[in-house]
Each structure stands twice: as structure tokens, then as C-alpha cells.
Write a protein that binds this ligand. Structure first.
Ligand code: ATP
Ligand code: MG
Length: 148
């Protein structure tokens, strides 16, 4: 069964011109982009995005950070795509993330960690619904699908 996940290249990822690098890693892995949007997340949407963290001490900071500049929001689809993308992102804090992962290779920060990825099928469903209408998610085949 194909799974979907919401990926966001966060403001620091865009400002540091790492979007191509990050998308390139997902493409080379064999993952498939089925939706994409470039926007600046408003405060209200940011609060909905991080609703699970409401009440935690880093909530305000996380909301402020993700709404601080343009971001690239994408839906990726494929078997086990949530597990795969979370592994490729690395641990939440740059200083903990293993080399070879996106956060491990490009950052050291506890807050500015370049990328967001949904952490479960339930979260993915909720998060995708915040950014995309059903008809903005495309259904198409790629020629190497049987190999990757
Ligand atoms: P994301 O949800 O953005 O993909 P994550 O799932 O790895 O990241 P979460 O625990 O969901 O991590 O935290 C959401 C975001 O809040 C983190 O990406 C980070 O920017 C920020 N954050 C989390 N914990 C802390 C903390 N202790 N101090 C500062 N910022 C934090
Ligand atoms: Mg999270």
C-alpha cells in the first residue's frame, strides 16, 4: 500500500539554498513527488501545523521559525515513505543527527533543522490536509517504478 508524507523545506533550508540538495536526495532514493507548493506559512497555519506541541516550551519558537520565511511544501508518495524520509532527515537536533542524514550533514542547531517530515500515517493525513486540496495531489506513474 502506498503511503504519503508531508515534507517541508523550512525557511533556513530555503535561505541556505539547500532545496535542490534535499530534493535531489529524495529523487535519487527513488521517492516520488506528487504535490508541491512554495509559500510563506502564516501564524495561524503554523499553529495548526504544530498543534501537537501546544503547551510545550518550544511551541512558540517552532511556530515563529516555520513562519519566518518562504518554504517549499511537498507530498511524497511511496511504500514506507514516512519511515524512509524520517531516516533520511535524521534526528531532530542537528548536533544529534548522524552524518549522512540531511540534518546531520547540514546543520548543528536545535531549532533550525532545515526540514519537516510527518512522523506517522495519522499525522501525515492531518498535515497534508492543511496544505493541499485532494485535486492538488497528482496521480501519475514513473518509468522506473518497478525498479525502485
Ligand atoms: P518536525 O516536526 O519539524 O519534522 P521533529 O518531528 O523531528 O521535527 P518535533 O519534536 O516534532 O521534531 O519538534 C518540532 C520542531 O520544534 C523541531 O523540528 C524543532 O524545530 C523544534 N524543537 C523541538 N524540540 C525543541 C527544543 N527542545 N528546543 C527548541 N526547538 C525545538
Ligand atoms: Mg514532528
Amino acid at each position: 500500500m502506498n503511503e504519503r508524507t508531508l515534507i517541508i523545506i523550512k525557511p533556513d533550508g530555503m535561505q541556505r539554498r539547500l532545496a535542490g540538495e534535499i530534493i535531489g536526495r529524495f529523487e535519487k532514493k527513488g521517492l516520488k513527488i506528487v504535490a508541491a507548493k512554495f509559500l510563506q506559512i502564516g501564524l495561524e497555519l503554523a499553529k495548526k501545523h504544530y498543534a501537537v506541541h501546544k503547551g510545550k516550551d518550544f511551541f512558540d519558537g517552532a511556530v515563529k521559525y516555520i513562519s519566518s520565511g518562504p518554504v517549499l511544501v511537498m507530498v511524497l508518495e511511496g511504500e514506507k515513505v514516512i519511515e524512509i524520509t524520517r531516516k533520511m532527515m535524521g534526528a531532530t537536533f542537528g548536533y544529534n543527527a548522524e552524518p549522512g542524514t540531511i540534518r546531520g550533514d547540514f546543520g548543528t542547531s536545535q531549532t533550525f533543522n532545515l526540514i519537516h517530515g510527518s512522523d506517522s500515517p495519522e499525522t501525515a493525513k492531518y498535515e497534508i490536509g492543511l496544505y493541499f486540496k485532494p485535486d492538488e495531489i497528482l496521480d501519475y506513474q514513473m518509468p522506473d517504478q518497478k525498479w525502485v
